[in-house]
Design a protein around this ligand. Sequence first.
Ligand code: SIN
Length: 279
Amino acid sequence: MPVRVKQLGGALGAEIGDVDLSAPLSDAEFSQIRQAFYRYQVIFFRDQRLTPEEHIEFAERWGRININRFFGAVPGYPMIAEIRKEPEQRQNIGQCWHTDHSYDAEPAFTSILYAKVVPDYGGATLFASMIAAYDALPDGLKKMLAGLRAKHSSRHAFGDGTQTLETRRDGRISHPERAVQDAVHPVVVIHPANGRRALYVNPDFTVGFEGWTQEESKSLLEYLYRHASQPCFTCHLSWAEGTLAMWDNRATWHRAANDYNGQRRLMHRITVEGEPLSR
Ligand code: SIN
């Protein structure tokens, strides 16, 4: 049976229908899902009823699971990170555009987010295609970026300077002593599965271009961030309980809207390890 694929946005995003992720997927079904994933960069499945074990089993079909260093885990399941905001909390996790774990030498491949509790309104996740953003750059800039590498770090996001963040104070994000990752990656990467080029810098974790100071890097990075976050490169996912989304961190950014103060939102996230990036 072919799985149903319904495109969500012009640049990225598709809903996959007629699939129950709690049941074992045949190789044929999995291969169709993988094809859709590489084509649309973020895919989502509605109305799933997954136990943590089934979530882990699905994630393990994609690769080795990363144990998150900073986020609290679902009790009893260190492989599943909790992305949580309670009614009395004001800050959420993942509010700025980012690519998961770009500060690692081998950055995350995919993150698989499963909605457990969603607010009555708001709490959407926005995604942006770094393939579409790269494709739309002027040729001269593409040539210049081809020779550049950029430094990414976890230190400023999760390290000692973050004590005042509510998410740090209330323990949703902890272990600042583990924020020691710095990595240098090409600014334009070649996607290992489909050979397409993608812009690989992001506002949360990129510190600057290799061989440039932060001050020298600032205006070009800001230009790229303004360019890449234009609505034509994005799509918007409204969650319902039981929605599961997975995105390709080598080709996308994402951010979580924080527009539901006074309500609870709880997501379970599994991140799958990636490989070194090439250009
Ligand atoms: C994240 O950045 O992984 C969280 C995204 C979300 O909660 O929507």
